[in-house]
Design a binder for this molecule. Structure first.
Ligand code: FES
Ligand code: FES
Length: 156
């Protein structure tokens, strides 16, 4: 039995240790916001947080999550009020939407490390692929999310 914290709750998985975390989340836990794109760690559609860091769930095994804290797009905020989610809506980033939960999870983790990223930081750190080519809006939304996060922390 593999136990970990999933979006704030205890979770137990009784399948094979080497099951990709992506399938644990989607098929066992029913959290389908985390998407399958390439399955080889390239595209980022499956990005979740493990102990606060962005991880690609398709190349992370269930046993690698044991004892850790896993957050998916469903658990990023209670009411879609995370600054990255707000900025994404304001900027209308999504086209088909398929890659977007991974984009948001990746950016949320990046902003924890780099609260005011430059364009060069974004180019270096944010490597998720979008087949619809929403990259200009993603960049704009990252800067807006950083601004919203700064304003939020000013009010604390
Ligand atoms: S599905 Fe995991 S990186 Fe593409
Ligand atoms: S919005 Fe369609 S793949 Fe990114």
């Amino acid at each position: 039995m593999i136990r970990f914290t999933l979006n704030g709750n205890n979770y137990e998985f009784s399948g094979a240790d080497d099951t990709p975390l992506l399938w644990v989340l989607r098929d066992s836990a029913g959290l389908t916001g985390t998407k399958y794109g390439c399955g080889t760690g390239q595209c980022g559609a499956c990005t979740v947080h493990i102990d606060g860091r962005a991880r690609r769930a398709c190349v992370t095994s269930a046993k690698d999550a044991a004892g850790r804290t896993v957050t998916t797009i469903e658990g990023l905020s209670r009411d879609a009020s995370h600054p990255v989610q707000k900025a994404w809506r304001e900027t209308n980033v999504a086209q088909c939407g398929y890659c977007q939960s991974g984009q948001i999870m990746s950016v949320a983790a990046m902003l924890e490390r780099l609260p005011s990223p430059s364009d060069e930081d974004i180019d270096r750190e944010h490597r998720n692929i979008c087949r619809c080519g929403t990259y200009p809006r993603i960049r704009k939304a990252i800067h807006r999310a950083a601004e919203l996060s700064r304003k939020g922390s000013d009010h604390e």
